[in-house]
Design a protein around this ligand. Sequence first.
Ligand code: ATP
Ligand code: MG
Length: 372
Amino acid sequence: MLFLDYKEVNIMVKVKLVNVTKRFGDVIAVNDISFEVKEGEFFTLLGPSGCGKTTTLRLIAGFYKPDEGEIYFDDELVNDIPPHRRNTGMVFQNYALWPHMTVFENVAYGLKIRGLPPPVIIKKVKEALELVGLRGKENRYPTQLSGGEQQRVALARALVIEPKVLLLDEPLSNLDAKLRLRMRGEIRRLQKRLGITTIYVTHDQEEALSISDRIAVMNQGRILQIGTPLEVYENPKELFVADFIGITNFLPCKVLEINEAERIMIIDLNGVKLILRDVYEKFDAGEEAICAIRPESLEVYKLDEAPRDKPSIKGKVDLVTFLGKIVRYDVETDLGMIKVDVSGGTKKGFLREGEKVAVIIDPSAVRIFSKK
Ligand SMILES: Nc1ncnc2c1ncn2[C@@H]1O[C@H](COP(=O)(O)OP(=O)(O)OP(=O)(O)O)[C@@H](O)[C@H]1O
Ligand SMILES: [Mg+2]
């Protein structure tokens, strides 16, 4: 195997951005962002269209220079180092394969411009194609390949130069749902096997949760939160993060009492009192706030069968949606529509549309956000 095992030869690098800003005229595409990607880590930039993900990747690759801030590979400042000397491998948002070149030529290109001798090039290209499962397709042109195969060529082309860092910009967005799932597993396995430090960009929260070691959630050029998939899912620090990651119910509530020393808070949810623990944010008594509750942490019962000892909100089933593993109920309440996901719903039998129900709330699953 000619390919480097990044872990074994210890060439894994860490990437660090310190207060990086990039403007295009009046647009602040990237606004004072800082993060550190560890050696061999799979780090994802997640956020809506236009939030600055591609710009951040291009800054790391060296296609753009920061207006402010520093970028480091390990302890080396790379701000003034041109792209070809940073040695990153990039898969672009639209693959950007050269249509007039065969698969072989596309993958070989980066090695040719580095002046490697032809026998080495042949060997490395073969191995790169082997790695992504494309052996035997060397002489095809991009138009003669499926979307998934083109995506693999782009990946082989990025990997063949044995980059220090792999940069992937929405590499799966052009694929159909099934292939996207398969390729994301393959990318993850390949990345773990090689141990290459990888920065991945997506606007798909499910993809980010499933593939990453850590995620940075971005909006409008800023990073709002960095954490493991579990952390950003279970403990969103801002309303935007709670909203962007997964489906969440937002319900208006009022703060009744706070005990800062014990981090306990009592809130009122349309007449229902809830005791929240481990509250770290500051609130004032009497303040109007917003509760975020995930559909899967709620339960729903027929009104006369609901447990009486738990906090609940009364309502009426408005819509029943069968989603395979789960059944989603849209329940109409005085607080607005509440979504409840019930797993194993078919075994339990469906609640009917129009049925009077009680939605049971587990206070430990409630996150509260200030309106301020
Ligand atoms: N070369 C450029 N010139 C001017 N404005 C730019 C340029 N590149 C990006 N922008 C602007 O900077 C902002 C961030 O763009 P960027 O391409 O980084 O977003 P993105 O998060 O990758 O979005 P998408 O998910 O749609 O690819 C946008 O407002 C965009 O219009
Ligand atoms: Mg982009």
